[in-house]
Design a protein around this ligand. Structure first.
Ligand SMILES: C[S@@+](CC[C@H](N)C(=O)[O-])C[C@H]1O[C@@H](n2cnc3c(N)ncnc32)[C@H](O)[C@@H]1O
Length: 293
C-alpha cells in the first residue's frame, strides 16, 4: 500500500487483497474490523469519516494485520477479542474463538437454571459459557474447568465482564477432581470433531488449539467421558447439556440413554442443525420414559 491512505482507500485495498487471496468469506467486514481495531474506533466511525487519512504508524499496523489475515489468521486472534452473549471476551491462540452457535447451549441452560443453581462448565476455554450464564444469573454458583492453564488465564481476565464473585475457575481433566452429586447442571462444549475431518485443515480452525477441537472415537471420546462423569457429578434430577456436531445427534442420544439419563432431547440451532442434546439425571427412580425428539 502507498503512504497516507484515506480510510476508504485503505479499506478498499485491504478488501481487494483478502478477496484475491481467497482468505475470507467476509473480506470487507474483516478489513473494517481490523482497521477499527487499529485506530481504536468503531466501524460506524469509519463509515462516517471515510476521507480521513491514516498516520504512517496506523497504516503500517493495518497492513501488517491484513497480511496476517491473508495468511489465514482469524480476525479474533488479530484483534484479541470476540463478542459472545453481548460480552466482549478476550481470546488468544490458547482458546477456542467462541461461536454464535454456542449461544443455543446457553439459551437452553438458562431455561433449566434457577437463580441459585450450582453449575459446572467443563472445558470453559475463554470462559464464554460460564460468563454468559453468570451475566444472567449473578447469584448462581458457577465453576469453570479447563485442562489448559493458558486458556484459564484468559478466562480469568474475562471475569471482569460480569458482576459478582460466585464464579470459580479450576484447572483439571474434565470432572476428575470434583466431588459427586453437587451440581444442578453440567454444561459443556467439548472437543467433538473427528481427528480425520479434513475441515481441521481449512480456514480459521487451523489456528485454534487442536486440543479444543478434536476428540478420538470419531469425535465422541470426550463427550463419552463427560456423560459418564456427569452421572456422578449431578444431583438427582440435575441436567447434562452438551454441544456436539450436527451429525452426532443419534450417537449422543444413544450414549445418554445407555447411561440411564432420562428426558433426553436434542435442540436444533437457528439453521436447523441438531447441535445441543440434554439429558436428566434420573434420580433414585429407575430411568423410564426415555424419549428422543
Ligand atoms: C470446544 S472448546 C470450548 C471452549 C468454550 N467452552 C467455548 O464454547 O467457546 C473445548 C475446551 O475444552 C478444553 N479441554 C480439552 N480437553 C480437556 C480435558 N481433558 N479437561 C478439561 N478441559 C479440556 C479445551 O482446552 C477447550 O478450552
Amino acid at each position: 500500500m502507498s503512504r497516507h491512505l484515506s480510510i476508504e482507500k485503505a479499506l478498499g485495498t485491504a478488501a481487494a487483497q483478502l478477496t484475491k487471496a481467497g482468505a475470507s468469506e467476509t473480506p470487507k467486514l474483516d478489513a473494517e474490523v481490523l482497521l477499527a481495531h487499529v485506530i481504536d474506533r468503531d466501524r460506524t466511525w469509519l463509515m462516517t469519516w471515510p476521507e480521513r487519512t491514516l498516520t504512517p504508524e496506523q497504516q503500517e499496523q493495518f497492513e501488517s494485520l491484513v497480511a496476517r489475515r491473508v495468511a489465514g489468521e482469524p480476525v479474533a486472534y488479530l484483534t484479541g477479542w470476540r463478542e459472545f452473549w453481548s460480552l466482549p471476551l478476550q481470546v488468544n491462540p490458547a482458546t477456542l474463538i467462541p461461536r454464535p452457535e454456542t449461544e443455543l447451549l446457553v439459551e437452553t441452560a438458562l431455561q433449566l437454571m434457577t437463580p441459585d443453581s450450582t453449575v459446572v462448565d467443563l472445558g470453559t476455554g475463554s470462559g464464554a459459557i460460564a460468563l454468559a450464564m453468570a451475566s444472567e444469573f449473578p447469584e448462581a454458583r458457577i465453576l469453570a474447568v479447563d485442562a489448559s492453564a493458558a486458556a484459564l488465564a484468559v478466562a480469568n481476565r474475562n471475569r471482569r465482564q460480569v458482576d459478582g464473585n460466585r464464579l470459580a475457575l479450576m484447572q483439571g481433566h474434565w470432572g476428575d477432581a470434583l466431588a459427586p452429586a453437587q451440581f444442578d447442571l453440567v454444561i459443556s462444549n467439548p472437543p467433538y470433531i473427528d481427528p480425520e475431518d479434513p475441515h481441521l485443515g481449512e480456514g480459521d480452525v487451523r489456528f485454534e488449539p487442536r486440543s479444543a477441537l478434536a476428540a478420538a472415537e470419531q469425535g465422541l471420546a470426550d463427550i463419552r467421558v463427560i456423560a459418564e462423569q456427569s452421572r456422578q457429578l449431578l444431583k438427582a434430577g440435575g441436567w447434562l447439556l452438551l454441544e456436539h456436531g450436527f451429525a452426532q445427534k443419534q450417537a449422543v442420544a444413544e450414549l445418554l440413554i445407555a447411561l440411564g439419563y432420562c428426558e433426553v432431547e436434542c435442540h436444533a440451532d437457528l439453521s436447523g442443525q441438531d447441535r445441543v442434546t440434554r439429558g436428566r439425571h434420573p434420580g433414585d427412580q429407575e430411568s423410564t420414559g426415555n424419549h428422543f425428539l
